[in-house]
Design a protein around this ligand. Structure first.
Ligand code: F7E
Length: 288
């Protein structure tokens, strides 16, 4: 997923399970800013691999923060906290002061990461901020997440490569935004004089069903002719409704989401159609 910018990047190895590798990286590269976006981030996998999820997504944050404390406490740190920490929501919409109620081992692990970031900020005076990001999507999203699963399947069905799309809970509601907008908020957090925690969201919520409707409609198809509900994709505990209140990000960072829900859905479907058409051209047999 980095292929489009790989010639402008230097990729080096580090492992959130191996603190020495993190210390080595910081010593060798002297970064001024560190963005921790690494995690076991797929919620269903966190139910089947809860301990691994805790090691990476929770304790991994401590390893990285502690490496920063040891090597150079002036490094500015961003932690990718998640709306999954709000889980079975106790307040609508969710703000920076809404109490947490995670509903998966992933949500629990992210909550640990969130609090250890605050603890290191308060204990060692680190410039450590966390962004409580609501779902952020793009054509580069992994195929296991529902938005990309839908957009990819819509493109395959449109191109005659498939006929049906099997999904779980169509009634789940999420505050979906465009990842390209959200990374600006992350960067802005580290440019502030003081570290802080922010909700990053659009302030709108939509169901999986609505996502399907718009995605199929965009290519002239009716979602009801293709979507099949399959119990295999239901979760042991579900997060039914998320909607963030991004007021603080607007007032303190001057940030707001620029991409609408409709634009996001259409961008993802178009991205998959272009990619699949490209594959079809590449895979065409050579003419004799
Ligand atoms: O599910 C429902 C599913 O897997 C969204 C991660 O980036 O955002 C993401 O977590 C909803 C859930 O994302 C299928 O039950 C229905 O209610 O796309 P998702 P997520 O679990 O919300 C947060 C902010 C993160 O931090 C996470 O790392 O869609 N759903 N049918 C389905 N979900 C999937 N994956 N597949 C289905 O077939």
């Amino acid at each position: 997923r980095l292929a489009h910018i790989q010639d402008r990047l230097e990729i080096v190895h580090g492992d959130l399970l191996d603190q020495d590798s993190l210390i080595e990286l910081l010593r060798e590269w002297h970064p001024q800013e560190v963005y921790n976006l690494a995690a076991q981030s797929f919620v269903p996998t966190s139910f089947s691999q809860p301990v691994l999820t805790g090691e990476v997504t929770a304790l991994g944050v401590t390893r990285l923060l502690d490496a920063i404390r040891m090597v150079d406490p002036a490094i500015r740190f961003y932690q990718a906290s998640s709306s999954e920490m709000f889980g079975k929501v106790v307040e609508v919409p969710q703000t920076e002061s809404t109490p947490f109620y995670p509903r998966s081992p992933y949500g629990v692990a992210k909550l640990y990461g969130h609090w250890i970031t605050i603890n290191y900020r308060e204990s060692y005076d680190l410039h450590a901020s966390s962004g409580m990001l609501f779902n952020h999507e793009s054509p580069r999203r992994g195929l296991e997440f529902v938005t990309r699963k839908i957009s990819h399947s819509v493109a395959r069905i449109k191109l005659g490569l498939d006929r049906e799309l099997r999904l779980g809970n169509l009634e789940a509601q999420r505050d979906w935004g465009f990842a390209g907008d959200y990374v600006k908020a992350m960067w802005l957090m580290l440019q502030q004089d003081a570290p802080d925690d922010y909700v990053v969201a659009t302030g709108e919520t939509h169901s999986v069903r609505e996502f399907c409707e718009i995605a199929f409609d965009h290519v002239g198809l009716d979602w009801q002719d293709h979507v099949v509900v399959d119990e295999r994709f239901f979760r042991p505990a579900e997060v039914d409704l998320l909607i963030g209140d991004p007021k603080k990000a607007l007032s303190q960072l001057g940030w707001k989401a620029e991409t609408s829900f409709d634009q996001l859905v259409r961008m993802m479907v178009d991205g998959d159609i272009t990619e699949l058409e490209g594959d079809a051209i590449v895979n065409q047999p050579e003419s004799p």
